[in-house]
Design a protein around this ligand. Structure first.
Ligand code: ATP
Ligand code: MG
Length: 260
């Protein structure tokens, strides 16, 4: 049985991403074995998901954060391939609109939280409001700093009312990010994903790192812990995440309602 807690950030611990490996190589897992286990777990997940939907009682929220080119899109594609799209909602959070900015920062997030029976995926999330907003000084510290507590309280509200929250930070090295940027620039199918903004953000790597360190420290809670997933190798990333989702499904153990 794999240890699904190995990437969990213990609430209250000090986080230094620079000291956490990005490739998963230390874990002595062969790629072929990992891919076989991933396929098996995904087949199981494809069975769990309609049960979750049919039971219609609980909600599962999966939050993905990463530096640019960290693999959020690929993770969603790989893990949810084969599931029934009717039971899944994916929300990508971009720069807030004028309407969104005229509300509190959690307004657009709360609206996107999955209802009963649904699995919701956040591609970026409320954590942008203590990351890009902090690094780019979009609001002053007196505004973003209280958000750590506000976010923890918000997530407590969700978990207390039937939502299970799984938060994954896809941890890539700066070298891997550069490699992926180059691939994006070369490959006609990926060029659209590349923007000058990516390079500007990459120059602020250390500032983002510091913002992520503190966010992971302050917002990994018992009710909604963070997992830092080594993500330089897609096959390792996919398996590590699916193992955690799979263990969660087993614990929730959703059941088909009996016919009347
Ligand atoms: P990809 O990795 O494929 O480029 P992406 O998630 O980066 O996908 P983009 O459309 O390139 O998608 O970028 C979305 C942008 O929106 C990001 O730069 C992100 O930092 C920004 N953003 C998200 N939420 C907020 C927020 N609350 N405030 C300011 N900017 C935000
Ligand atoms: Mg981008």
């Amino acid at each position: 049985m794999p240890n699904t807690n190995e990437h969990r950030i213990e609430p209250g611990s000090i986080v230094k991403l620079a000291r956490i490996d990005t490739d998963g190589k230390e874990r002595e897992l062969a790629k072929a074995d990992a891919e076989a286990e991933f396929k098996r777990l995904r087949d199981e997940f494809i069975e769990w998901q309609p049960r979750f939907y049919a039971e219609g009682k609980r909600k599962l929220l999966i939050v993905l954060q990463a530096m640019d080119a960290g693999g959020k899109d690929g993770t969603i594609r790989d893990i949810f391939r084969g599931t029934n799209p009717q039971g899944i909602t994916v929300t990508s959070f971009k720069t807030p609109s004028a309407d969104e900015l005229s509300r509190d920062f959690l307004w657009r997030i709360h609206r996107a939280v999955p209802p009963k029976g649904m699995i919701g995926v956040f591609n970026r999330s409320h954590f942008e409001d203590v990351l890009v907003v902090r690094v780019d000084k979009i609001v002053p510290e007196s505004v973003w700093r209280p958000r750590f507590d506000l976010i923890n309280d918000f997530e407590k509200l969700l978990t207390s009312t039937g939502t299970t929250i799984l938060k994954f930070y896809l941890h890539i090295s700066q070298k891997e990010q550069q490699k992926r940027f180059q691939e994006r620039q070369k490959d006609p199918a990926k060029q659209w994903k590349f923007s000058a903004d990516d390079l500007a953000k990459s120059k602020k790597w250390d500032e983002y790192r510091a913002a992520y360190d503190e966010m992971l420290e302050k917002c990994s809670t018992d009710h909604a812990p963070w997992h830092v997933i080594p993500a330089d190798q897609n096959w390792y990333r996919n398996l590590a995440i699916l193992r955690i989702i799979s263990a969660t499904c087993k614990t929730l153990n959703p059941q088909y309602p009996s016919g009347s």
